[in-house]
Design a protein around this ligand. Structure first.
Ligand code: LLP
Length: 404
């Protein structure tokens, strides 16, 4: 049985549940997880799903059922992970810029913690000394990632403790006898070049002799998925080979048994997702032909925020004559999804499918212009189920307090 979802089925789902609609094919998540498992088979590797990409509780439960662990970026994501049934020892809290209170809660909950500032490291030492093992989120000064907004390891990045502050790190670690078990980096998102991960290993391995208790090298997430038809994603088999070659041959690895952790977000859930929208209006101008859909950057902000490319298909007219259209939303901002994109002929009422929208799609959605967030549907083995209702009018002012 094919586990991909046909355009005909997508049109049917749009009719059944309405639009705009996020549809997630859970079989694709399984496929992606299995790619990781098979590439890294026989190695000492753990994968933590970076759930900031998509936190629907059903996604979390499904990822858990596959055997993955989970990486969280806020204390509420940690609580969601627990709610989804992950035991504490399968949860990692990789923090950035957070208040120490959250670290205290994370410690109470018993999850792994990566600390990303000297100030929180000191507070951690003062509060817990050597009582609780901890990881260090480091900034390796490596430039990587699809664009500057999603590059997190370079010299001007806010993320992590700069590796050049090693002396300060060691002073704090020694002063409080902090039990550092994990060295972490995350250099960015959409990293195609596996050499970036090897560079990361070199940076971390230079530090290794200073941290005798370290058991884990955490290389973060950022594996690229193809957004365009002719694009290649990260070669995961090559990644596995290069990473373990680099580790095995490094002199600082000798005599140490190390685990490697990764935190893929996009890789696991990007391709599973499709945003279905309906064309409200066609408008011809001197420069282009607009097709305005019942969505906007309130539902999928990646094209506007990162200039990200998403494949868009007119699934109502797959064989229509191809012409150029500019696909825009209905928000009172310039919310251009695509400019002069070749598309099969579009008529008002057609369903346009935005591909690769599983990661950072719904998750970055908002109620801007007092519009509703879309509904979400999962499909597993050909069966569909609603996993989030579309907002209703009352949701728009649910938290407001009328004092006048
Ligand atoms: N680990 C850490 C510590 C991270 O900060 C991130 C992503 C990941 C893992 C997962 O990265 P991924 O495998 O998903 O690339 N909203 C942007 C991406 C921002 C990623 C932020 N951190 C986008 O839509 O392209």
């Amino acid at each position: 049985m094919s586990t991909s979802i046909s355009n005909q089925t997508l049109v049917h789902l749009a009719e059944k549940y309405g639009t705009p609609l996020y549809v997630y094919n859970f079989n694709t998540i399984e496929r992606q997880y299995k790619k990781l498992q098979s590439a890294f088979e026989g190695t000492n590797t753990r994968f933590f799903y970076a759930c900031k990409a998509l936190t629907n509780i059903n996604v979390l439960k499904y990822v858990k059922s596959l055997g993955a662990n989970i990486d969280c970026s806020s204390i509420n994501e940690v609580k969601l992970a627990l709610k989804a049934g992950f035991p504490a020892k399968r949860i990692l809290y990789t923090s950035n810029g957070i208040s120490f209170d959250e670290i205290e809660v994370a410690k109470e909950l018993g999850v792994y913690i990566n600390i990303d500032s000297l100030s929180n490291l000191r507070k951690f030492g003062e509060a817990f000394g050597d009582q609780y093992p901890v990881g260090l989120r480091l900034r390796p000064n490596i430039m990587a990632g699809g664009n500057l907004k999603i590059s997190t390891g370079h010299e001007n990045s806010k993320f992590g403790i700069p590796v050049d502050l090693l002396d300060d790190i060691l002073t704090i670690v020694k002063a409080y006898d902090i039990n550092v078990i994990d060295l972490h980096i995350h250099t960015g998102s959409e990293i195609k070049d596996v050499g970036v991960f090897v560079k990361g290993i070199e940076v971390l391995f230079d530090l290794l002799p200073h941290f005798p208790h370290v058991k884990v090298i955490d290389l973060g997430g950022g594996f690229k998925v193809p957004y365009k038809k002719d694009e290649q994603g990260t070669d995961i088999d090559l990644l596995a080979k290069e990473v373990f070659d680099a580790i095995k041959s490094h002199p600082n690895a000798l005599g140490r048994s190390l685990e490697v952790w990764f935190e893929p977000g996009k890789f696991l859930v990007s391709e599973c997702g499709t945003l279905l929208t309906k064309v409200n209006v066609l408008k011809k101008t001197k420069t282009t032909r607009f097709a305005a859909v019942n969505s906007g950057f309130n539902h999928l902000i990646r094209p506007m925020f990162y200039d990200a490319f998403h494949q868009i298909d007119n699934i109502s007219n797959e064989n229509g004559e191809v012409g150029n259209y500019s696909i825009v939303g209905n928000i009172c901002e310039t919310d251009t999804f695509a400019w002069e994109r070749p598309m099969n002929e579009i008529k008002e009422g057609d369903i346009l499918a935005f591909r690769n929208a599983g990661a950072y799609g719904f998750e970055m959605a908002s109620n801007f212009n007092s519009r509703y967030k879309p509904a979400e549907v999962m499909v597993l083995n050909g069966n569909d189920a609603l996993i989030r209702e579309r907002d209703q009018f009352a949701d728009l002012f649910r938290k407001q307090i009328e004092v006048l």
